[in-house]
Write a protein that binds this ligand. Sequence first.
Ligand code: ACO
Length: 336
Amino acid sequence: MKKSIIRGSGFFVPPHIVTNQDLTEFMDTSDEWIRQRTGIHQRHWVTQEDVCGASDLGTQAARMALDKAGWHPNDLDFIIFATLSPDIMFPGGGCLLARNLELNSTPALDIRQQCTGFLYGFATADSYIKSGLAAKVLLVGAEVHSTGLDKTTRGRDVTVIFGDGAAALCIEAVDTDKNVGLIASALHADGHFAETLKTELPASNLFKRLPDDIPLDDPRYFPFMDGPAIFKKAVRMLPKVTKEVLEKAGMELSDIDLVIPHQANKRINQAFGQFLKLPEDKIFHNIEKYGNTTAASIPLALHEAIEAGRIGKSGDVVLFAGLGAGLTWGASLYRF
Ligand code: ACO
């Protein structure tokens, strides 16, 4: 039976670092508040000089993943691109990324499931692989949040948590009877909570890059988030969906070597770990360096965990879990 195996991972963040202290120059916040409430110390934001969108950051991450896998872009037979911050309204970032890789007929699909985009993307890649529709898939999560944020005190709850960045995986179909690769996924969405986290007006980051075009007094151009409501929901749903995916896979919590949660708030992930009674060193955090990079956050953390030797030996099991706008949430299990 065909299994979805990770052959290479890559990431890219724009070089410009914005510390918590830097944010205090244009909004009423403090390093202490941000560290205590979120665990974030800094984030990377594109600058005016970068002139790029999520597809460009994604392209850099994709090139690293392709190098690690030893693949040429022409080897790809499917591209999945997850973002909540597309370069422009349409066409989708997957087409733009394929253009950057100088491809002119490889199918490209966009996933718009926010912080759960990677989980939906991996499950989609796995379905294409299992059905025989694709054998070499590039899965990318990428965000340029910074150009679409309200950088006045009004937007401080959201603006301090978001970072720009991208990560990519090369996933290959392998015929094997071993229980390896993406073992199980559990995905959910509940639009009844759509109002708790949303941006109403156009999702064009290149448009938003032009400061004169943003009606700063109209909050509909910027993300709105009911942070405490989402916090509570995440702390409840992440353990629940973890139990669901373990049950699907016929596995126990003790089978998991590392948990890589979406990096939205360190306190959410610590509470998630405590709820499951997991030792602290079983949960991977890198939010302090990057903030919340939404669709990029789980694959970026996975890339770092692999590079650091925290996960990746044959037989190692990793749990991915996340919740975000939609609301959408999910979890998946992968065995190396
Ligand atoms: N700096 C200083 N003070 C702030 C800031 C800030 N950046 N932001 C909010 N405050 C203030 C508030 O105004 C409030 O002041 P008040 O008590 O005088 O009214 C006080 O701090 C407490 O505000 P809360 O919103 O209750 O703070 P909370 O502890 O909940 O932290 C946060 C806010 C960090 C946003 C948290 O709620 C959170 O992380 N929520 C979940 C975020 C998440 O997971 N999002 C989903 C993923 S993102 C996606 O899918 C796109």
